[in-house]
Design a protein around this ligand. Structure first.
Ligand code: ZN
Length: 346
């Protein structure tokens, strides 16, 4: 006799059968309930997987990592330390000079320049500086920037005295962008990161609108022919020239990605984008008046060696009225004004 047969016999009779069936049914209903509940849970886990399993990971590991990064990153905004700031080598035996004849010397913190005196001044007998916290001058005329600021250099010699204003500038690198006294720099030495993508900046657009309106009142037509370029667009342009011709040729007519001033958001090319523009009434008016709106002619004809670019009469750069006035009045380029160089490292 099997276990089943024995049980059936023991449970013979209707009352006993029902009494047994009832708890079995209850058990079955309970079991079905459990299965349905489990299915629902699986379904909801599938729909919201990260909430139940990954939340704790997201809130512990990655957050700790990003906190560590931001704590470790104040170096992102920093003044270039003295030890790594290159001192530009002199280009001739006497050193590149601070051009005393232009009436102003610009140099950066930890940079030095040999003061060059006007030919008719004769020999200097004494050099002195009005604020020796800002700059230091040696008695051989070597001038060095110590901290951001302005002071006056006095040179005495054979009955004559020369007073030369000196501005010492500070370079700051922030999010991969280089600023010298707040002016964003993009040239062959200093590049912009790919992420720097501001579009044409409103300050540039507004200043240009005023310029165009005032030119129009003089009967002149100045138009925006090209302005903002992204890093990627510049890369496309540059690479296509490299691939079609050569790197040398590309460097002579186009900026490498990150090095184009058009990526700053402060630059506009006017009218014909060639130097026939310089000979037009518009080109002449622009060269004379652009500073009033905060623009400079960025690549002047007589500064090719310093800017690293051929003359571009059509390319203007916004730097603000105060800086633009000084740059254009002094007849210098941005590289001289900020005491920076412009040359690719390779
Ligand atoms: Zn341009």
């Amino acid at each position: 006799m099997t276990y089943g047969e024995r049980r059936r016999r023991r449970n013979d009779g209707k009352g006993k059968y029902i009494a047994l069936l009832l708890p079995l049914c209850l058990l079955l209903i309970f079991a079905i309930g459990l299965i349905v509940k489990q299915k629902d849970k699986e379904q909801s886990d599938l729909q919201n997987p990260p909430q139940s399993t990954q939340t704790s990971d997201v809130h512990t590991e990655p957050l700790q990592t990003s906190t560590t990064q931001s704590v470790g990153e104040p170096a992102e905004t920093h003044t270039v330390p003295a030890s790594t700031t290159p001192i530009e080598p002199p280009t001739d035996g006497n050193g590149v000079a601070a051009n005393a004849e232009s009436g102003h010397i610009y140099l950066r913190v930890n940079h030095e320049k040999q003061v060059e005196l006007p030919l008719d001044f004769g020999a200097a007998s004494e050099y002195s500086i009005s604020d020796d916290n800002v700059a230091y001058v040696a008695q051989d005329g070597m001038l060095m920037g110590l901290q951001k600021g302005s002071c006056t250099l006095t040179v005495k010699g054979s009955g004559k005295t020369l007073e030369i204003p000196v501005t010492v500038r500070e370079m700051v690198i922030e999010d991969g962008c280089t600023y010298v006294d707040g002016i964003l720099v993009a040239n062959k030495t200093y590049s912009l990161p790919r992420e720097y993508d501001p579009g044409l900046l409103p300050v540039t657009e507004e200043a240009f609108k005023k310029l165009v309106a005032d030119a129009k009142a003089q009967g002149l037509h100045i138009e925006n022919s090209s302005d903002y370029r992204t890093y990627d667009f510049q890369k496309e342009c540059y690479d296509s020239i490299v691939n079609g011709y050569s790197k040398e040729y590309a460097d002579s007519i186009s900026a490498r990605p990150g090095h184009s001033e058009h990526q700053t958001g402060y630059t506009i090319d006017c009218n014909s984008i060639d130097n026939t523009f310089a000979e037009t009434a518009e080109g002449k008016w622009l060269a004379k008046n652009c500073w009033k709106y905060g623009f400079i002619i960025r690549y002047p004809a007589d500064k090719v060696d310093l800017t690293g670019y051929a003359y571009e009469s059509w390319h203007i750069r916004y730097v603000g009225v105060e800086h633009a006035k000084e740059i254009m009045e002094q007849g210098i380029c941005l590289e001289e004004y900020l005491d920076i160089d412009s040359a690719y490292q390779d």
